[in-house]
Ligand binder design. Structure first.
Ligand code: KPL
Length: 312
């Protein structure tokens, strides 16, 4: 079956997925939310901005392919779920589908997709939201975010309509030919915030409010800044500290995604895609990262302890 013109499929019903689906729907775009659980054909969702009234709306949902081809796919799941998503949905992609990856981290891209599929990477530090109940999301910020392809270069002309739609929906994508750089920087920032919020069981904002935690933020930024400098990336310790502090302030009320996973008893965490590539890069260059390494080990231990041995 031919895809409907301008139909968006948003994969994942976490905070970003639900917020994005609502924002596109509000622009009058056909949107389907792809969920893991089967909710039938539609699901009532609630959306609220920090100062706005609650909006209840019915969203089309899908748990399994229904024969329609997917043209525009916004993947908002965790990095560790991307392979599973495309094991189910890969065959439902239209030949010239565009896939927008919104994941934190590196090395999660689905393998084996047709070469004609266009793959875009979004580094999202600005479109933030949190879940405040089942099917209910609160939008906390809508600031500009980066988008690009791993090969670099200018935005493909064919994407102009999509990018305009996303911008109008409040998902303010700014094109960059250096998305790889932004990915490294974001991996550094997430390593600091996600590790420390898990280790201290705290909201993002508390990382700057409590002096010992602010000192840990600084220590991690020093290690990561040394790594990035050795890699020839333009992120010194000072730059990284500033951008990390800005993200902490901008997401002060957030429970970081890794802490959410731990609290929800999920067996996996994203730092394998965020921190591990950084540690591997450091090992290749013999750059010592003792705080970062210890933090990664302790986060992994806490996940294992929460879930129990033998669970995948
Ligand atoms: O990306 C995030 C996450 O939680 O994974 C931040 C920016 C830290 C917001 O919580």
């Amino acid at each position: 079956m031919d895809p409907a013109p301008d139909h968006w499929h948003v994969v994942g019903d976490g905070a970003i997925g639900m917020a994005l689906a609502h924002r596109l729907h509000r622009q009058g775009r056909p949107v389907t939310l792809i969920t893991h659980e089967d909710h039938g054909r539609t699901r009532e969702l609630s959306y609220r901005s920090l100062r706005g009234p609650e909006v209840r709306w019915r969203c089309d949902v899908l748990a399994r392919p229904d024969g329609r081809l997917l043209e525009r796919v916004l993947v908002t799941t965790k990095a560790y779920s991307v392979e599973e998503v495309f094991a189910t949905w890969g065959e439902a992609l239209a030949g010239h589908a565009s896939i927008y990856y919104l994941q934190n981290g590196l090395d999660f891209e689905a393998r084996g997709l047709p070469g004609s599929v266009r793959v875009l990477h979004v580094v999202n530090g600005g479109f933030t939201a949190f879940v405040d109940g089942p099917g209910s999301v609160v939008q906390s910020a809508m600031n500009p975010i980066w988008i690009g392809t791993l090969d670099g270069g200018p935005p493909p002309e064919a994407l102009a309509g999509d990018l305009a739609t996303l911008g109008a929906a409040g998902f303010e994508v700014r094109w960059t030919d250096a998305i790889r750089l932004h990915r490294w920087e974001k991996a550094g920032i997430n390593t600091v915030i996600n590790t420390l919020t898990v280790l201290n069981d705290c909201l993002n904002g508390q990382l700057l409010e409590r002096p010992p935690l602010a000192e840990d933020v600084r220590r991690l930024c020093t290690e990561l800044g040394a790594l990035f400098t050795a890699m020839g990336l333009p992120f010194t310790e000072g730059h990284l500290l500033e951008s990390t502090q800005a993200i902490i302030e901008g997401t002060a009320h957030n429970v970081s995604s890794t802490l959410q996973d731990l609290r929800a008893g999920r067996p996996r965490h994203e730092l394998g895609y965020i921190t591990r590539p950084l540690l591997e890069e450091a090992a290749r260059r013999s750059i010592p990262m003792p705080t970062c390494e210890a933090g990664y080990r302790e986060v992994s231990r806490r996940f294992e302890a929460a879930v129990g041995p033998g669970t995948p």
